[in-house]
Ligand binder design. Structure first.
Ligand code: GDP
Ligand code: MG
Length: 163
């Protein structure tokens, strides 16, 4: 059975950009204005000879903050049920937001492997800024740039090791 990798996190952190890079096809809808992915997307990928499925979570409606947060909680819980490995994407430009902390709180109770992935680390200067994500209480993290691809090979190595 191929492993299932779910990409979770609040809107705009770059989940769909990472998904597109992993599946190497423009399957996910990336909206650069609102950062909203309209649907849940599934793709296939492989690394180091291991095939796996990727889920891009999203489908958030623009509306009240309450609906927003409830929707994210729902998506995260669905992903936890469905996936074998969870990639929790956060954004180095924004740092830890209250919504990130909420997601981290859910994920801390999960027994499956969690990969905290600090995105938008487009240059080495931003590596230092990523340190604060230790405070999510989920251990070590990976730094990546979904846009230029840096760090994504190391992330995939780590994922493949747990498949
Ligand atoms: P999602 O809502 O989490 O799926 O986020 P998207 O993939 O739609 O990306 C939201 C915005 O962040 C878009 O404008 C992307 O171009 C931008 N973005 C995604 N990854 C990176 C990255 O590695 N570096 C930078 N600078 N911007 C990124
Ligand atoms: Mg998206």
């Amino acid at each position: 059975m191929n492993s299932i990798v779910a990409i979770v996190g609040r809107p705009n952190v770059g989940k769909s950009t990472l998904f597109n890079r992993l599946v190497q096809r423009r399957e996910a809808i990336v909206d650069s204005v609102s950062g909203v992915t309209r649907d849940r997307h599934y793709g296939k990928s492989d690394w180091n000879g291991k095939e796996f499925s990727v889920i891009d979570t999203g489908g958030y409606a623009i509306g009240s903050d309450d609906i927003f947060e409830e929707e994210i909680r729902k998506q995260v819980n669905l992903a936890i049920e469905e996936a074998d490995l969870i990639v929790f994407v956060v954004d180095v430009e924004e740092g830890i937001t209250p919504m990130d902390a909420e997601v981290a709180k859910i994920l801390r109770k999960v027994k499956k492997p969690i990969f905290v992935t600090v995105n938008k680390v487009d240059n080495a200067m931003r590596d230092a800024d990523a340190v604060e994500f230790y405070n999510l209480g989920l251990g070590d993290y990976h730094t990546i740039s979904s846009i230029n691809g840096s760090g994504t090979g190391d992330l995939l190595d780590a994922l493949a090791e747990k498949m």
